[in-house]
Design a protein around this ligand. Structure first.
Ligand code: GLC
Length: 441
């Protein structure tokens, strides 16, 4: 069994650390301007001007079962959908606001269709819920708000009319709806706090954090309804999940006070944007997509890879192509991801350059992911006597190996008692990242 002990979590994370791979879905009115989900902030769009999207939001091609089938085919085991993003628009039929999808030409509860479709395909379901809300009348202007550059007097007059306690209650009411009306929810993903932010030039703009959200009460409300929930750390109150974002961490994330290994999930994007961004071109290569998943699991983490659907309700060709990259690789190599974690320390120390290890939770199988495909031979020190059998994972073809030394006419041989040398085909198999599966003694 793995020797790594995770810090205890209040929610049920056992299934989560087994399943490893999920789909993040950022979908809202911002799919219509189609130039980033922070569009209101970036272009300082007043709420009245943004109404043109509300009036015309009509995802006529939305088919949640198609989304679920694509997530499943990509090897994803769970999903997290934005029920409300910073724009404040609700993708569910909330009693507490008129700013919701059922009041647009969509005319339907999109969250309801999402949970039903993804459950039907056997995936776990999660909700993203933004703590930030640029539309709610009781949410004060701050340095991350679309109206942040309005004159001080205007900002202060606006904020004098805001009662953040009413907004905190609104969030508790909506979280209650989300955890009451849609069955068993597995993940609740809050986003995000910034109480440490301040602007020297505009001291009247104050960052927001757990006190503003009344986060203790918000979390207690959620836990009372669905105690098993996996809740993230972005309310500024530690719960189940640490959430590095758009960053490839290189070791298992640890608790900053106790140093314990924590349960963590990296959230990443296919391109630079979470929401659908028509003209954004930084789409990651197939190699990078697969390597991000492997490297994340090799450090004991989960990967939540994001899709930004179009305002018509479908995944565009670029997103489908990226999902297909995962599907093709996971079809034959998912055994090195599901139920796997960081390799034991003494094994991890043997990992050659250009490779990443994962190891099955039961300790019996070690996976060598060949990020850089070597010419004909792969030398690994420290594994002699430990390997019962070796094969390529994708096709189950044997990989022969020898131990101790290998002759190559250069004054003798490469020799070391703990050496293992694997013989590989010269031509790299047609696999984005080939994997050698080692059955350990
Ligand atoms: C950041 C972005 C937000 C996105 C989130 C996903 O907080 O500001 O738009 O939803 O990351 O983790």
């Amino acid at each position: 069994m793995s020797s790594y002990i995770r810090r205890k979590t209040p929610g049920d994370t056992e299934w989560f650390v087994h399943d490893r791979f999920g789909m993040f879905i950022h979908w809202g009115l911002y799919a219509m301007p189609a130039r980033h989900e922070w569009i209101r902030y970036r272009e300082e769009i007043p709420v009245g001007e943004y109404e043109k999207y509300f009036k015309r939001f009509d995802p006529d091609l939305f088919d949640a079962r198609e989304w679920a089938r694509r997530a499943k085919a990509a090897g994803m085991k769970y999903a997290v959908l934005t029920t409300k993003h910073h724009e404040g628009f609700c993708m569910f039929d909330s009693k507490f606001t008129d700013y919701k999808c059922t009041n647009t030409p969509a005319g339907r509860d999109l969250v309801k269709e999402y949970v039903e479709a993804f459950r039907a395909e056997g995936l776990k379901v999660g909700f993203y819920y933004s703590l930030i809300d640029w539309h709610h009348p009781d949410f004060p202007i701050d340095m991350r708000h679309p109206l942040r550059n309005r004159p001080k007097e205007e900002v202060e007059a606006y904020n004098a009319k805001c009662d953040i306690k009413k907004y905190a209650q609104y969030m508790r009411d909506q979280v209650t709806e989300l955890l009451t009306n849609y069955g068993k929810i597995d993940i609740l993903w809050f986003d995000f706090s910034y109480s440490g932010d301040h602007d020297e030039k505009k001291p009247w703009l104050r960052g927001k954090g757990k006190e503003d959200w009344e986060a203790e009460k918000l979390i207690a409300t959620a836990r009372a309804l669905q105690p098993h929930l996996i809740i993230d750390n972005r309310t500024e109150i530690e719960q189940d999940l640490w959430t590095p974002e758009q960053y490839q961490v290189t070791d298992w994330v640890r608790h900053k006070e106790t140093g314990e290994l924590v349960t963590w999930e990296a959230c990443q994007t296919f391109s630079g944007s979470w929401g659908y961004y028509r003209d954004e071109m930084t789409w990651k290569s197939p190699e990078m997509l697969i390597q991000m998943l492997i490297q994340t699991v090799s450090c004991g983490g989960n990967l939540l890879m994001n899709v930004g659907p179009t305002s018509r309700g479908y995944f565009d060709d670029r997103a489908c192509a990226a999902l297909d990259v995962y599907g093709r690789w996971m079809k034959y190599n998912s055994r090195s991801i599901y139920g796997c974690t960081m390799a034991e320390p003494e094994l991890r120390a043997t990992c050659p350059n250009g490779c990443y290890y994962t190891q099955s939770e039961d300790g019996k199988r070690l996976y060598v992911h060949l990020f850089r495909y070597p010419f004909q031979f792969l030398e690994i020190r420290g594994l002699a006597g430990k390997i019962g059998y070796a094969q390529f994972l994708h096709d189950g073809s044997e990989i022969r190996f020898r131990e101790g030394k290998v002759d190559h006419f250069s004054e003798g041989a490469t020799r070391a008692d703990d050496l293992v040398v694997f013989t590989l085909p010269v031509v790299k198999p047609d696999v984005t990242v080939p994997v050698i599966e080692l059955f350990l003694n």
